[in-house]
Design a protein around this ligand. Sequence first.
Ligand SMILES: [Ca+2]
Ligand SMILES: [Ca+2]
Length: 143
Amino acid sequence: MQFPMGPACIFLRKGIAEKQRERPLGQDEIEELREAFLEFDKDRDGFISLGGRVDFDDFVELMTPKLLAETAGMIGVQEMRDAFKEFDTNGDGAITLGELQQAMQRLLGEKLTPGEIAEVVQEADVNGDGTVDFEEFVKMMSR
Ligand SMILES: [Ca+2]
Ligand SMILES: [Ca+2]
């Protein structure tokens, strides 16, 4: 049976990636854009030509979706921790079958059967204790 680890993983990643895509740009990302902008703006008049005159605000607007899409694929440790917390609702450091099922429904609108949930946990549960801890969660998400 091919289900459900692959598809489930994609759902999980998609959930996180979508959250990433909605976030505002960070200060370092703005700085990065400013540097890129200055490289284009050779005569330093505050405008660059991208098929028309573009000032820095336009440039940020233009580049933001691209930048967010790029970073959405790279899920950092902080995002992993946040995601893990969403699953581990009682905060004991382990995701149980019940918690996973609730989280899938709440976060992703996916109604998996208990059998499917059990398969997800079984696949992720490297040490075989029946729950998914943070380390196992990270491994599962990085596949
Ligand atoms: Ca828990
Ligand atoms: Ca485990």
